[in-house]
Write a protein that binds this ligand. Structure first.
Ligand code: 1CP
Length: 358
């Protein structure tokens, strides 16, 4: 509704935060920073609260989602919160029988093979994910001026779990379906795009300040295949949110060759992993989009002086972009010392603080 949007657009509010301003390529008091998987197993308070609750179950309890989402914000002074959830939450809500297995990840009981399997993936709306709507509303109140990022999995990455039946290194079954039966592939990806668009709209209606579309495994494809099999569907999601009023971040791993195409899908911000320096990435993405990244999560296990030098390098390379959101190149590893994350936030803020304008 208009009232809610007006409220969050107030000066100093989440829509005017350094994070959202950087996404929109506006001036910022400091480079904003958050971490993919900032909520999770690196935090003892997370391990404690999750001890007796299964992953999917925890995503369906708004009070628990709120507490887990706030944990890294309290601890690290990050510039944004990300909703605690998983990319398969809307897929389960659409009627697919799946579970998140500890130590493995999402496992699908009956992998998608036929047009009938695709038909069984039901359209979703707010009433299918009331716990997400409720958690976002609670969080927006609790977070005050700190923006909340909503997210979803992109059609290719979701399709990979559905076709493989679980995590995969090669995505061989997914590619076999894509190359062998393009019509079925497009039916599946099209349906997942509709689901994802609806799911992100629920989060935006409930008040998130930005959305991130995770196409974590898109880097498995050549640019030509990405453009043919994936880009139209990711575009349906991101370009479909052009009127939604919040910045759209599009992220994948190993996507050096895809950065330009991923930006074309309708992103305001393109996520970059550690393999591509941010100045090189900006050359590929173009001057009209911000970048997010790109510290190697493994570097957080190195001695502090090594981390400090890398943070400096990334901030320097990020100056080539019209907007930079500092992040890792992929998610926080569970063995990361959380105190190192807190120090990185402080260092990014200190090194990037600019004198006030005017
Ligand atoms: O029991 C547990 O604790 C399971 C571990 C776990 C957690 C903490 C999983 C299973 N998902 C999550 C939360 C989660 N998933 C978040 C948390 C929010 C935050 O960042 O703080 C997010 C953003 C996701 C999204 C997600 N899930 C992605 C995209 C991001 C990425 O890392 O690339 C993907 C690919 C998944 C699938 C998934 N879910 C869980 C695992 C272990 C995996 C990966 C499995 C694989 O390797 O394929």
């Amino acid at each position: 509704g208009g009232a809610a949007r007006d409220d969050v657009s107030r000066p100093g509010g989440p829509a005017d935060s350094p994070f959202v301003r950087a996404c929109r390529r506006r001036s910022v008091p400091h480079t904003p920073v958050w971490f993919m998987r900032q909520a999770g197993r690196s935090l003892p308070e997370y391990r404690e609260i999750r001890a007796n609750v299964a992953m999917l179950e925890s995503c369906r309890r708004p009070e628990l989602v709120t507490e887990i989402t706030l944990q890294p914000v309290r601890r690290h002074n990050v510039d944004a919160a990300i909703l605690f959830s998983d990319i398969v939450v809307p897929v389960a809500a659409a009627g697919v029988d799946l579970d998140i297995v500890p130590g493995t990840g999402p496992v699908v009981a009956e992998p998608v093979r036929t047009a009938a399997d695709v038909q069984r993936i039901r359209p979703i709306g707010r009433d299918d994910v009331p716990y997400v709507d409720e958690a976002v509303r609670m969080l927006v109140k609790e977070l005050g001026d700190t923006p909340l990022i909503g997210f979803a999995g992109a059609p290719f990455t979701l399709a990979s779990y559905l076709v493989e039946g679980g995590p995969s290194r090669t995505h061989a079954k997914t590619k076999a379906l894509m190359y062998g039966d393009p019509e079925l592939w497009h039916a599946l990806a099209g349906r997942l795009a509709e689901m994802t668009l609806a799911f992100l709209r629920v989060q935006i209606e409930a008040g998130v300040s930005a959305v991130q579309l995770f196409d974590s495994w898109a880097g498995a494809l050549s640019e030509a295949d990405y453009r043919r099999f994936v880009l139209p569907h990711s575009t349906a999601v991101l370009a479909g949110l052009a009127d939604a009023g919040v910045p759209r971040i599009h992220f994948g791993v190993g996507t050096a060759e895809l950065l330009g195409a991923m930006g074309e899908a309708g992103a305001d911000v393109v996520g970059v992993d550690w393999r591509t320096p941010l100045n090189v990435a900006t050359g590929r993405i173009g001057p009209d989009k911000a970048v997010q990244g790109n510290l190697d999560p493994c570097l957080l296990l190195a001695p502090w002086p090594v981390i400090e030098a890398e943070v400096r390098r990334i901030l320097d390379e990020g100056r080539a972009a019209p907007g930079h959101v500092f992040n890792l190149g992929h998610g926080v590893l569970p063995e990361t010392d959380p105190e190192v994350l807190t120090r990185v936030v402080a260092l990014v803020h200190e090194l990037s603080t600019r004198p006030a304008e005017g």
